[in-house]
Write a protein that binds this ligand. Structure first.
Ligand code: ZN
Length: 153
């Protein structure tokens, strides 16, 4: 199945209340549809796609990830970059040190007081957040998809 068809199927199965993507949409049509989603739906779909990617069910598409990033998350990403520059200035991380992440202790990406920030190992950090954000939804999604899959003949 193509990427577009997989996403359409996923949306039909798990986001029934959302206006569905056009029947014969190609990738750019699908992206246009995704950009118009409400922020909570954007986040949900993005997480589901990330989860499916982790399980090898679909391949992440950067354009789609971008289309599904909300304004608020873009702001948070800018703040992250700012924090990184500050931490470099303070000598807590080095330039190009992508193995080290800056973590928000209280989980609020908009709380950038120095006491809320800490340097952590990037790999562990990613795993931690996956556990928090995606796991419950991912498990539920896989369950839904299995149930929804048409019976084999
Ligand atoms: Zn974190």
């Amino acid at each position: 199945m193509t990427y577009v068809r997989k996403v359409r199927y996923l949306v039909r199965m798990t986001m029934r209340t959302v206006k569905q993507p056009p029947q014969n949409a190609n990738l750019s049509g699908l992206l246009a549809w995704a950009r118009k989603l409400r922020p909570n739906h954007k986040m949900r779909l993005r997480r589901m796609l990330a989860c499916m990617d982790m399980r090898g069910l679909i391949k992440q598409n950067n354009q789609m990830t971008y289309a599904l990033t909300t304004e608020r998350e873009r702001e948070a990403n800018l703040l992250r970059q700012k924090n990184r520059r500050l931490f470099m200035k303070l000598g807590l991380i080095k330039k190009g040190d992508s193995d080290l992440h800056i973590h928000h202790k209280n989980g609020n990406a908009f709380d950038n007081r120095l006491e809320n920030l800490t340097v952590v190992d990037g790999k562990k950090h990613r795993q931690e957040h996956r556990r928090f954000d995606a796991d419950a939804q991912c498990t539920r999604l896989i369950h839904l998809l299995k149930r929804a899959a048409p019976p084999k003949r």
